[in-house]
Design a binder for this molecule. Structure first.
Ligand code: ADP
Length: 269
C-alpha cells in the first residue's frame, strides 16, 4: 500500500503536470474489497484519533482542494463518519468577508488550525489565495506570487509546533465534472449546490489547471506533502484519502498517557 501512497505523493521539487496524471486510476483495487477495507481503515483511524486525543500533544490538518464537483464534501462525509466528533472538525473557507477581508490571508486560516489532539479538515484553504485569486486576478501577480513562500513557511511552522499537515488535491476530469454539474442541475435534491458561477469557473479550467499545477509543485514539502488523488470514481477517491490520512496517523504513532501509579489490579467495590 505504501507504493500507492508514494505514487500519489508529489515529491518536493517535482514539476507537476496534471494532464499526465490519470483521474480514473483504480490502483488495481476492486470496488467491493476496497470498500470493505475502507471500514477497517476507518476503525483504525478511530483508534489512532482516540489515542492522539488522549495524548493531547499533537494534531493533524488535512487540506482538501479541488475543482468544483470533485467531491470534497463526499470525501469528508465518507472518511470522518466513523470518527468521534469530539476530536474532529471541518473548516470550510469561502469568499473572505468582514474581518477576514480586513486581515492578511493567513489570519483566518491559522485561527482554524487544529488544537492539540484534534484532526481538522480544511474544505478549501489558504490555497484559494494562489488559485481563485490568481485565476480571477483578485490580486496582482506581485502579491500572490509571494504567497507560495509564505505558505511553505506557515506550514513549516505548523509542523514544527506539532501539527502534521497533509494535503490532497482531488483530481477530476473535465468530462466527469460536466456529468456531475449536469446532475446537480437535473436532480432537485442536488440543485441547491449549483451556482451559475460554477460554469464561469469551468470555462477557466485551463487557467485553474495551471494554477493548481504550480501550487502543488511549489508547496509540496517533506513536512507538508501534496497528494494527487484520482477522483473520477468516488469510491477510489474516498479509499485513497482515508489511506493517506491513516498513513500519516500511523507515522505519528500517538501514545496513550501513562496512567496514575497503582491503578492496575484495583477492584472497584
Ligand atoms: P464549495 O464550492 O467549496 O462547496 P462554496 O460554494 O461556499 O463552497 O464556495 C466557496 C467559494 O469561495 C469558492 O468559489 C471559492 O473559490 C471561494 N473562495 C474561497 N477562498 C477564497 C479567497 N481567499 N478569495 C476569494 N474567493 C475564495
Amino acid at each position: 500500500m505504501e507504493s500507492v501512497i508514494d505514487r500519489m505523493r508529489v515529491a518536493p521539487g517535482d514539476r507537476v503536470r496534471l494532464g499526465s496524471i490519470a483521474t480514473d486510476d483504480t490502483f488495481g483495487w476492486e470496488k467491493k474489497a476496497a470498500l470493505r477495507d475502507l471500514e477497517k481503515i476507518k476503525a483504525r483511524l478511530d483508534l489512532l484519533q482516540h489515542r492522539m486525543f488522549a495524548e493531547d500533544r499533537r494534531s493533524v490538518l488535512l487540506v482538501l482542494q479541488a475543482m468544483d464537483a470533485a467531491g470534497k464534501d463526499g470525501t469528508i462525509r465518507s472518511i470522518l463518519s466513523g470518527l468521534n466528533p469530539a476530536g474532529v472538525s471541518v473548516a470550510p473557507f469561502g469568499v473572505p468577508g468582514g474581518p477576514e477581508a480586513e486581515h492578511d490571508y493567513l489570519w483566518r486560516v491559522h485561527a482554524q488550525a487544529p488544537s492539540k489532539g484534534r484532526i481538522v479538515v480544511f474544505n478549501r484553504s489558504h490555497y484559494e489565495d494562489v488559485l481563485v485569486v490568481r485565476v480571477k486576478a483578485l490580486a496582482p501577480k506581485r502579491v500572490w506570487a509571494r504567497r507560495y513562500e509564505h505558505i511553505r513557511e506557515f506550514e513549516d511552522l505548523l509542523s514544527d509546533e506539532g501539527t502534521t499537515v497533509v494535503k490532497c488535491f482531488l483530481h477530476v476530469s473535465k468530462e466527469v465534472q460536466r456529468e456531475r454539474l449536469q446532475e446537480r442541475i437535473d436532480d432537485p435534491e442536488k440543485r441547491w449546490k449549483f451556482r451559475h458561477g460554477d460554469l464561469d469557473d469551468r470555462a477557466l479550467w485551463p487557467a485553474y489547471t495551471r494554477a493548481y499545477a504550480e501550487a502543488l509543485s511549489l508547496t509540496s514539502t517533506p513536512h507538508a506533502p501534496w497528494y494527487v488523488v484520482p477522483a473520477d470514481r468516488n469510491w477510489v477517491r474516498n479509499v485513497a484519502v482515508a489511506r493517506i490520512l491513516l498513513h500519516h496517523l500511523e507515522r505519528l504513532d500517538p501514545q496513550l498517557p501513562d496512567p496514575e501509579e497503582g491503578i492496575e489490579g484495583l477492584v472497584v467495590e
